[in-house]
Design a protein around this ligand. Structure first.
Ligand SMILES: NC(=O)c1ccc[n+]([C@@H]2O[C@H](COP(=O)([O-])OP(=O)(O)OC[C@H]3O[C@@H](n4cnc5c(N)ncnc54)[C@H](OP(=O)(O)O)[C@@H]3O)[C@@H](O)[C@H]2O)c1
Length: 179
């Protein structure tokens, strides 16, 4: 059982079509959004895929416990005591539950493959999803499945920063898809 006082949340920024990345980077620079990410995740645990870990310009992130998932154990000079690597996402969640969940939330931080794993099969364990719409026209090769999110996630379970869920839906209809 997940202890609901300490939670698993998801945080994502996306642009048109749900673009989240390009060439293993985030294709915009929005200081306000970085600040928000830090404000929410600092002093908590962050869960990410191996490629997102590798894309971090400065790592590990300060004052955060990292869970990095990869199909194989990998070496990285930046791996240290605040970084745990798991080959299975559920083992990472289990480790967080056993070791940190009484004090720290777990933040699902991407990239695409990790968001997909939660949106497809694990959205029911998410407490809140924090979304930021980036109003910039960018090229992308990695996407967040906004349709899956709005279908699976009830309005009152989620908290939408900057933009209400209604606004997100209207934006999705206008800009991206025939929802
Ligand atoms: N806009 C945002 O909010 C945001 C947030 C985060 C990331 N991003 C962007 O997203 C992009 C990266 O996304 P991505 O999908 O390419 O990579 P990713 O999800 O960060 O990492 C993918 C890797 O994670 C490992 N993995 C995935 N599923 C696994 C599983 N079930 N079990 C064990 N390991 C698993 C695999 O590592 P191995 O190959 O080592 O097996 C896989 O190659 C980048 O462009 C990044 O900048 C954007």
């Amino acid at each position: 059982m997940i202890n609901r006082t300490n939670k698993i949340n998801m945080i994502v920024s996306f642009s048109k079509y749900g673009i989240i990345g390009f060439q293993n980077n985030i294709p915009w620079y929005v200081p306000e959004d970085l600040k928000f990410f830090k404000q929410k995740t600092e002093f908590h645990c962050v869960l990410m895929g191996r490629k997102t870990w590798e894309s971090l310009p400065s790592k590990p992130l300060s004052n955060r416990i990292h869970y990095v998932v990869s199909s194989q154990t990998f070496s990285d000079s930046q791996l240290n005591k605040n970084v745990y690597c798991f080959t299975n996402i559920d083992e990472a969640i289990y480790h967080w539950k056993q070791n940190f969940s009484s004090e720290k939330d777990l933040w699902v931080c991407g990239g695409q493959s990790i968001y997909d794993l939660f949106l497809e099969k694990r959205f029911y364990i998410l407490n809140k999803v924090y979304t930021s719409i980036i109003h910039e026209d960018v090229y992308g090769d990695k996407y967040f499945n906004i349709i899956s999110l709005v279908k699976n996630f009830k309005i009152d379970q989620s908290y939408w920063i900057k933009d209400s869920k209604v606004e997100v839906l209207e934006w999705v209809k206008k800009e991206s898809f025939n929802y």
